[in-house]
Design a protein around this ligand. Structure first.
Ligand code: SF4
Length: 526
């Protein structure tokens, strides 16, 4: 019967998830069966499954992996808080379980973090992980959030309804966005009104794609917004769809946020059942552990059920995006502010001053998501928002924009964090993922970790990135001796890489050499 069912090609990753979730791995016979029912070649299914870290594709004769996997985050903030020691201790404790180190899981405010299935364990110790393991508690934990009834009671969906009933027009939306000066908050900072206008005059049908795949190590603000106020983001997405005359909204959610998947599934079902989307279809899709899919064109490929290989441009997504349709891609936080702007007006938004959600973690007393004015400094974030430096730690520097935004020293702690302010120092703020470093941290080791991460996550599609990152890594034992070639190679990577991953990959090395030059000398040249 399955062979005659309809299995849309773009849902391949969803089906792979079903198999992985149920059996803990994807065996050759199940892979072949899936290819058969989807009328795809086994090679197509295999290449997709093996691209994503969250699918474990086994071969004939392989021993099935242990039913239990404990994942320990090895992102920068978790490492600072003892993730390596935790892995070591768990290795001694957990007979039979598989211990896996994984890239940043977007919980830097709870570092160190371990995950047992969908159960995320913040401030993890060997004891708390062992307790969860014994109880077999692998379910996602959902906190308190504003559900549909709560949002409606707080006058939610008013802006969207004003549009649907003709009280507001598309023109009004574009004007308000223009006045507000809102810029995209996924990292690039492109003016939102201008981006939406690109869709004008494009063919129909059109699509909105919501990028909820924040994978930049140190970033967790989108998680915070979706797990507390999902409808405010959904309303922003519906406003976007109506404004660009799109019929469908696709939400691409990173797989590290299973609790949000549950929240969004429930709330979207409610919205659709009560006909509150006015015919606009909302589709929720899971990522599968590929950082590069945060790049918009790679995300579109993944939404089509393929490997997340970034596309060459042109054509841009606004011309030919998801399924070849004109597509508007916006980040979660951007859509959150769209709803705010439509409710109170662009002028009011501007008058209140631009604000962003900053993800602050590392050596501070109270890490977390901080709403602060655009242009706040890291010193203010530490002292006024994050309770000061951790006890016994002195500020040494910081990552202003996650793994690829570069490193800055304490002497530049008073530079405003905003679009364009850090470029003179060879860094950028990106998605505002601020990781604070102290005198306890070793910069060369951190740079090695960041480059390992980028090497692991490169899709390998283009030579400057695929070969350039390992080459840069090979110079890290004595970077001063290779300074000229590092500079030259970095320029080639910036100029010749297809996507932002390769273009920004030299940043940790170049900025560390510029601002922490002495850190590489005594130890690494001894
Ligand atoms: Fe892939 Fe890197 Fe090229 Fe981007 S720059 S397309 S991640 S190889």
């Amino acid at each position: 019967a399955l062979a005659h069912a309809n299995f849309p090609r773009d849902e391949l990753i969803e089906y792979l998830h079903l198999i992985q979730d149920r059996y803990g791995h994807i065996s050759p016979d199940r892979l072949a069966a899936l290819a058969h029912v989807m009328k795809l070649s086994q090679a197509e299914v295999y290449e997709t499954a093996t691209f994503y870290a969250h699918f474990q594709v086994t071969r004939d004769g392989d021993v099935a992996p242990p039913p239990l996997t404990i994942r320990v985050c090895n992102g920068p903030s978790c490492k600072m808080q003892g993730a390596e020691a935790l892995v070591h201790e768990l290795g001694d404790l957990q007979g039979g379980a598989r211990i896996e180190e994984v890239p940043c899981v977007g919980r830097c405010d709870g570092a160190p973090v371990a995950a047992l299935g969908k159960n995320i364990i913040p401030s993890a110790t060997a004891q708390t992980v062992a307790a969860a393991t014994r109880s077999g508690d692998s379910k996602a934990k959902i906190g308190t959030y504003e559900n549909l009834d709560g949002y409606l009671a707080a006058e939610g969906y008013q802006a969207f309804h004003a549009l649907m009933s003709g009280v507001l027009t598309r023109k009004d939306v574009f004007r308000e966005l223009e006045v507000s000066g809102l810029r995209g908050l996924g990292g690039a900072g492109f003016p939102v009104a201008q981006k939406w206008r690109f869709l004008d005059g494009q063919t129909k049908p059109r699509v909105v794609a919501v990028n909820a795949d924040e994978g930049e190590p140190g970033t967790f603000k989108d998680r915070h917004l979706l797990e507390t106020q999902p409808h405010r983001v959904l309303e922003g997405a519906l406003i976007a769809a109506f404004s660009i005359e799109a019929d469908d909204v696709y939400i691409y959610l990173r797989d590290e946020y299973p609790h949000i998947h549950t929240i969004l599934s429930t709330e979207i079902e409610q919205l659709m059942r009560r006909a509150l989307t006015h015919g606009i279809r909302l589709h929720l899709r899971r990522g599968a552990g590929a950082y590069v899919c945060g790049e918009e064109s790679a995300m579109l490929e993944s939404l089509e059920g393929k490997r997340g290989l970034p596309r060459n441009r042109p054509p841009f997504p606004a011309q030919a995006g998801l399924f070849g349709r004109p597509t508007l891609v916006n980040n979660v936080e951007t859509l959150y502010w769209v709803t705010d702007i439509l409710n109170t007006g662009g002028a009011d938004f501007l008058a209140r001053g631009r604000r962003h959600f900053y993800s602050v973690s590392g050596r501070v007393k109270t890490p977390g998501v901080k709403l602060a004015p655009a242009g706040v400094t890291v010193r203010q974030l530490i002292d006024d928002y994050a309770g000061g430096m951790s006890e016994g730690h002195v500020l040494k520097g910081y990552l202003p924009g996650g793994a690829s935004g570069g490193l800055l020293p304490a002497s530049l702690a008073d530079v405003p964090l905003d679009f364009g302010t850090l470029e003179p120092y060879g860094c950028f703020v990106g998605s505002s993922a601020v990781v604070v470093l102290s005198d306890h941290d070793d910069v060369p080791n951190l740079v090695r970790d960041l480059m390992d991460f980028l090497a692991h996550e490169s899709c390998g599609q283009c030579t400057p990135c695929r070969s350039g990152i390992p080459k840069l890594q090979s110079f890290l034992d004595d970077p001063h001796a290779h300074r000229d070639i590092i500079e030259e190679l970095s320029q080639v990577m910036r100029d010749g890489s297809i996507c932002g991953l390769g273009q920004a990959a030299p940043n940790p090395v170049i900025s560390a050499l510029r601002h922490f030059s002495d850190d590489f000398k005594p130890k690494d040249r001894a």
